[in-house]
Design a protein around this ligand. Structure first.
Ligand code: SF4
Length: 342
């Protein structure tokens, strides 16, 4: 499998070919990816045919488009049938790809369709990177309206907890930076608060963005929504996030999935604003995307505005994140859910 091979070792799969073929193949895989080896125009026909079955580590199972063509969601299937979800979102100044790092997830967050499936396996570094390459290959043929025609930003916010798959995640990050010209400042690692992984990130050479999912500031309530809070309590998570800001100089973002009647109270807003101020973090609030396996409902528009207004009045920097692709099950794990129902 081409993407499962270290980009520096492509000559291993081209043993019979002259050395310059590895440079050509590298360009087609990482710098200017194409959907099919038939488009690798400077490779001989026979080689293109031989490489085709090895090209992608997955096949496309489902593709859905929403938001006037500005959101595209893919469900891929790996060779072992494992589902991988990836979402491409176009904005005027950036094209963001939300990628998966695991098949399923062991964290069990109550509002999340992926968490409700449980954990299957880690994705390999090559399976993570291939999602970015596939998106670039797709954009080459079908750019999103009024958005850059290459992935400019990558967020690890799809299926899985990237810091639970630490080594493969960081190897994927290395390949994106060293082989795909992505800036570390344009890559965001999102975690539900795995403190040891957050501390390991301090030692990485890159100024990656860190997003920490809090969802509640009240320990017992957070443990209910985010069960890993029992192992890594919120105070330790916030301390690790604050250290990341101090050491790396990168402002951390605090993610808050707003659930009606669960974490939308004034007390929660006041507690969240205090944490955000203390560690100079930015708050992203997003309404929960309902899933069939949970009763969690999004807040009303008024409740959302009140929560965000309270945060701002207490001095927090806040962005309301739009729920892209609502009509296509774009929240993490939801497309897989749809596919399993077929
Ligand atoms: S929200 Fe993230 S960490 Fe929690 S279960 Fe879903 S994929 Fe895992």
């Amino acid at each position: 499998m081409l993407y499962l091979t270290d980009p520096d070792r492509l000559s291993d799969v081209l043993a019979e070919e002259p050395r310059y073929r590895s440079t050509q193949l590298h360009e087609w895989l990482y710098e200017h990816p194409v959907l099919s080896t038939t488009d690798m125009t400077n490779l001989p026909d026979g080689l293109r045919r031989d490489l085709e079955p090895m090209h992608w580590p997955f096949t496309l199972d489902l593709e859905q488009t929403a938001d006037g063509g500005r959101t595209v969601k893919w469900l891929f299937r790996c060779g072992d049938g494992s589902p991988v979800e990836t979402v491409l979102m176009g904005y005027p100044s950036r094209t963001t790809l939300c990628i998966s790092s695991q098949v399923g997830c062991a964290m069990g967050c109550t509002f999340c369709a992926t968490g409700q499936f449980g954990f299957d396996r880690h994705l390999e570094a090559g399976e993570i990177v291939a999602q970015v390459a596939y998106a670039n290959a797709h954009l080459r043929e079908q750019p999103l309206p009024n958005s850059p025609s290459r992935v400019t930003n990558v967020v690890f916010m799809g299926m899985g907890e990237p810091l639970a798959n630490y080594d493969r995640t960081m190897e994927a990050v290395r390949r994106m930076i060293e082989h795909m010209q992505l800036s570390a400042r344009a890559i965001t690692i999102s975690t539900v608060g795995l403190v040891p992984g957050m501390r390991r990130m301090l030692l990485e050479p890159w100024p990656l963005n860190l997003a920490v999912s809090l969802h509640s500031t009240i320990p017992a309530e957070r443990s209910r929504i985010v069960p890993i809070n029992d192992r890594y309590p919120i105070d330790d998570v916030v301390a690790a996030a604050g250290e990341y800001y101090r050491v790396k100089g990168r402002r951390v973002s605090l993610e808050w999935t707003l659930i009606a009647g669960e974490n939308d109270s004034d007390d929660e807003a006041i507690g969240l604003a205090r944490i955000a101020r203390d560690i100079h973090a930015h708050v992203n609030v997003i309404a929960v995307n309902p899933t069939p396996m949970s009763d969690d409902a999004p807040p009303t528009r008024d409740a959302m505005q009140r929560f965000v207004g309270m945060l701002r009045s207490k001095g927090a920097n806040v962005t309301i994140r739009d729920t892209r692709g609502k009509d296509i099950d774009a929240a993490c794990g939801q497309l897989r859910l749809r596919a399993e129902e077929r």
